[in-house]
Structures are given as structure tokens and as C-alpha cells.
Write a protein that binds this ligand. Structure first.
Ligand code: ZN
Length: 467
């Protein structure tokens, strides 16, 4: 009888977000990630679509990391019947908790707003994708945390090994070993692959031998600027903006990026590259909580960061203020110059950063510094692409501030980094996911063809036999 091993993508198929992959081996059904689709309105609808499989039939969910586009549909999965185990590293479990609670709060707010404004679309008008109760319920299914390098039995015929992906705190690539009817196959899920030589985290573990690799291609089409150049540019943006009396707004992802920027602000001040009188605001309750979680997971840090921790707090920029309360956040709006404001969301699709943009975008003296990925259809992307005016809270705001786009801070490996991570080991096939179809995926297909590695771009819900 033929072995029964099948792979299918139920998100991040020919697109960047919504990572969700199903592997069936005999009677065991394993999900790898269950992420949210993010971006424009049709992405919103995709989140309400059926998963493409029965959530109740899944035995185990393996979570690569805590970014919303990898974990954001978990509460919905549980709401629709998932009762299996969720396996993740300890740091991913802690971070996923705050990410999902934050997302649930936003879902409830969005639904209430849609209800109020009467924008009823389809049958899910006014219904949140999931609620706070759903998020709390989903925490019941997180099992004992998995350590890097540890091999865990996932189910009959399936084991998994988590490898450090160097992308965000706790992030992992996951190697699955499948056995059915005398045949063994290995499948490696890259998760999101990070960069070498970054502060805080270790370098990504290179891809081990595996028959199949399911690889992200977020930056599959281009190189990043070097990190030292990017740090210099950040310092220059702050110095120039302060010299003309403005503020620097940094829309920032709450996980990793915010902590990395805090680290560089601290270092810049210590090295004398940044002004002494610099008010730094971390204006994001989630980023504040995430920074606390960072401090609790030294097992994820690289050696040099551990050494710096022993000397003091490497996140503590001079005059750093954590603003959790809304009233504290609003008082920042009265500051006209000399402040660095880190706030979420990174793509400006929600969160407090939109208030800071409203108060600073129209001011020539201020700067907005983008240090992260901006997906198509987001406010961040419109500003990065050079919009002269943008609509925020129903008001047209002129864009007169200086706009900086510094892409070297990316937590994602660039094209060269991904190819290095993959290495030259023979593969039966590499499946390309989690990228812009016409850009990252197309460029990576070309690169792999040149190296003689067979590749395929899976379609949404397409079942592929792992022969
Ligand atoms: Zn990620």
C-alpha cells in the first residue's frame, strides 16, 4: 500500500500573510502555524473564510513564532473545534499570549465599530473574528514548552524538532520526520528566517538535511542594506530632526523591533552618537509587556547580549518612558520637538501610532522613520510610497514630515540570507510560501532553478503528495 503523506498550504500561499500549513501522515494531522491574513479588506474577509480543513480533525498545532501572521487565527481554530495540543518554545508561548489578547481586543473593537457605522457586509457583519474569551480558551491547549534541539513525538509516525530561526524571541524552524507504511520523509518548515550578526538573538540555525523544505520568501527578491549603515541612518535621522526642532515617530512592531530599536538608542547615547537630551517614549502597552517577556527568556539570547545584560539594562535609553495609560500617551501629543516616539502598529493599520502620525506627519520639522515591513494596502505602505496626503481618523493629513525608510532592521533574511540558510544540500523539492507572488516568490524560483533545486509555489488549499 502507498504511504499517505500530504502537504497543503491554507494561508501564505502566493501571499505574505496567513501562514497555515497542514501535513497529514497516515492518520496523524499536524498543523504548522495558524496565522492571520493582514493587509487590505479582502484579507479581512479571508480570515472569515473556512480554514479548508476541519479544525476538530487536527491532532497537534506546531507554532513557529508569535507574530500575528503565524498565530493570529488560533482562537478561531479553537472556536471552530480544535482540541489538540499546541507546541511552541517557552518564549513563543509567552509572546503569543499578549499578541492574541491584543488582537482579540482589536477584533472586538473593529466589530463594534462596524456594527455602529452600519457597514454590514455578508453574514459576519458586526461579529468579531474571535473574542477575548476565545483567546483565553486557546491558551488551554498550549502544552509543555519545547526547547531548541529537542525532538518531540507529535503523533503516530510524526516527530518534530525545533531549531532556532533567529527571527524574533523564541522563533523556530521546525523539522518534521514522517513515517508511514515503511517510508520515511523529512519536511522542514523555515518559519520566518532571521539574520546573522544581530544583537540580542543568536544566528539562525542553517537548514538541516530534509527531503522537502517549505520556505518563506518575504524578501526573496532583494538584498537589505547592511545593518551598520541602517543604524547610522537611524542616528542621522534623529540628529537632523532634533536639530530642526521636530519629533521622530517610529512606527514599530511590538515584538523584537521595538526592543532592537531601544537597544540601539541606548547604544547611540552611550557612544555619544545621539543627543544627551532625548526623550524616548515606548508608547505601546504590548511592546512594554513584550520587553518584560524578553527579560524573562535569557535562554534565547546570544553570548554578547548576555554579557551586556550583566553590565546593566541594554534596553534603557536615556530618559526612556513607558507609557501604558492612554492619558500618558495623549500627553506626548503636546511635545513639539526632541522626542523619539515608538508606537505600534508597525504598518500603521491600528494602534497609537496613528495619533502620533496625525500630530507629526503635517509638520515639516518632524520625521517618520519606517524600520519594518510595510505590506501592500496599509497606511505605512502609502506613506512609504510617497503619498502627499493620507486619511487618518477621517481627516486628510498632509505629509510634510521627512519620511525615512530604513530596511536594514528587518527581522527577515534577505535573498542572500535565505539562500545561505537553505544551503546546497540536495532537496526533493522546495515549496515557496509567505512572499509576494510576483516579487519574492518569482525571484526565488529563478535563484533555485539556477542552483538546480526543484521548487513549487503551492496554491491555496492545494494538496501535494510527499512522494
Ligand atoms: Zn515573523
Amino acid at each position: 500500500m502507498n504511504p499517505r503523506m500530504v502537504y497543503s498550504a491554507h494561508g501564505a500561499a502566493k501571499q505574505v500573510t496567513g501562514s497555515c500549513h497542514l501535513v497529514t501522515c497516515g492518520d496523524t494531522r499536524v498543523l504548522i502555524d495558524c496565522g492571520l491574513f493582514q493587509g487590505g479588506n479582502n484579507h479581512h474577509d479571508l480570515n472569515f473564510d473556512p480554514f479548508g480543513f476541519d479544525p476538530a480533525s487536527i491532532d497537534v498545532l506546531l507554532l513557529t513564532h508569535a507574530h500575528l501572521d503565524h498565530c493570529g487565527r488560533i482562537p478561531r481554530l479553537v472556536r471552530q473545534g480544535f482540541r489538540g495540543r499546541i507546541l511552541a518554545t517557552a518564549a513563543t508561548r509567552d509572546l503569543a499570549r499578549i499578541v492574541l489578547l491584543d488582537a482579540a481586543g482589536l477584533q472586538e473593537e473593529d466589530a463594534a465599530r462596524a456594527e455602529r457605522s452600519g457597514q454590514r457586509r455578508g453574514e459576519h457583519a458586526g461579529e468579531p473574528l474571535f473574542t477575548l474569551d476565545d483567546a483565553f480558551h486557546s491558551f488551554d491547549y498550549f502544552d509543555t514548552p519545547v526547547a531548541y534541539g529537542q525532538t518531540v513525538v507529535v503523533g503516530a509516525g510524526v516527530t518534530a524538532k525545533f531549531l532556532d530561526a533567529g527571527h524574533i524571541l523564541g522563533s523556530a524552524s521546525i523539522l518534521l520526520t514522517l513515517e508511514d507504511r515503511g517510508q520515511t520523509r523529512t519536511v522542514l518548515f523555515s518559519g520566518d528566517v532571521g539574520n546573522h550578526d544581530r544583537p540580542i538573538l543568536r544566528d539562525p540555525t542553517p537548514a538541516p538535511a530534509a527531503d522537502y523544505v517549505v520556505m518563506e520568501t518575504t524578501y526573496g527578491n532583494r538584498p537589505h542594506r547592511s545593518l551598520p549603515d541602517s543604524v547610522d541612518e537611524l542616528y542621522r535621522a534623529i540628529r537632523e530632526t532634533f536639530a530642526r526642532g521636530g519629533n521622530v515617530v517610529i512606527p514599530s512592531f511590538a515584538l523584537e523591533r521595538a526592543q532592537e530599536i531601544l537597544y540601539y538608542l541606548h547604544r547611540g547615547a552611550v557612544e555619544g552618537q545621539l543627543p544627551e537630551h532625548m526623550h524616548v517614549f515606548l508608547d505601546s502597552p504590548m511592546a512594554i509587556s513584550a520587553t518584560d517577556i524578553f527579560r524573562r527568556h535569557p535562554e534565547c539570547f546570544d553570548a554578547s547580549f548576555l554579557a551586556q545584560l550583566r553590565e546593566g539594562d541594554p534596553f534603557a535609553a536615556p530618559d526612556l518612558r513607558f507609557t501604558r495609560d492612554t492619558s500618558q500617551s495623549m500627553s506626548i501629543n503636546r511635545i513639539e520637538g526632541g522626542a523619539v516616539i515608538l508606537a505600534g502598529s508597525g504598518m500603521c493599520t491600528g494602534g497609537r501610532v496613528r495619533h502620533h502620525l496625525k500630530h507629526n506627519l503635517w509638520r515639516e520639522r518632524s520625521s517618520v522613520v519606517f524600520v519594518g515591513y510595510a505590506a501592500e494596502g496599509t497606511l505605512a505602505r502609502r506613506i512609504v510610497d510617497g503619498a502627499r496626503a493620507v486619511r487618518i481618523f477621517g481627516e486628510d493629513i498632509q505629509v510634510r514630515a521627512q519620511i525615512w525608510t530604513i530596511n536594514g532592521f528587518s527581522a527577515h533574511a534577505d535573498q542572500g540570507g535565505l539562500l545561505n540558510w537553505l544551503g546546497d544540500a540536495p532537496r526533493r523539492k522546495v515549496f515557496l510560501v509567505h512572499g509576494e507572488y510576483e516579487r519574492g516568490m518569482a525571484a526565488m524560483t529563478e535563484q533555485l532553478t539556477r542552483k538546480g533545486i526543484p521548487s513549487q509555489i503551492p496554491g491555496m488549499h492545494e494538496s501535494i503528495l510527499l512522494a
